[in-house]
Design a protein around this ligand. Structure first.
Ligand SMILES: [Zn+2]
Length: 130
């Protein structure tokens, strides 16, 4: 049995760590700068995707390939094809696994090809450090 006193003690400990024990877990995580995965079914994340693409001119920041076609008033709902036949993706410049956030400064437009090259480079770097 966990007593009420023990629970209170736990809450106090969380408070000392700078965490709000009453906050929901997700907002606690985002306050601590840990990104949750982007989910483009969420309208906030779709808007973020549209914003990143717009800022980058619908162009892959790796190889410069452009989106083949951008719908009018693009709202991030659908994925965009690049002229090379790949998809454009939103990439985390600092990977989430390394503490990167979903802040727009940490996001860039990449084509699928550049994204997978980047992914394998990071894997190699990670292995080299092991
Ligand atoms: Zn590219």
């Amino acid at each position: 049995m966990v007593t009420e006193q023990e629970i209170t003690h736990c809450f106090e400990k969380l408070g000392e760590m700078g965490l709000d024990p009453n906050a929901r877990l997700s907002s606690t995580l985002s306050k601590r700068g840990v990104a949750r995965p982007l989910d483009f079914r969420r309208s906030a994340d779709r808007r973020l995707r549209a914003k990143v693409y717009e800022r980058d001119g619908y162009t892959c920041q790796g190889c410069g390939v452009m989106a083949r076609e951008v719908p009018m008033n693009y709202d991030g709902r659908s994925a965009l094809y690049a002229a090379n036949g790949d998809y454009l993706v939103v990439d985390h410049i600092v990977p989430r696994s390394a503490g990167g956030t979903n802040a727009i400064d940490n996001l860039q437009t990449l084509c699928d090809r550049c994204n997978s090259v980047k992914g394998s480079t990071i894997d190699k770097e990670r292995k080299a450090h092991e």
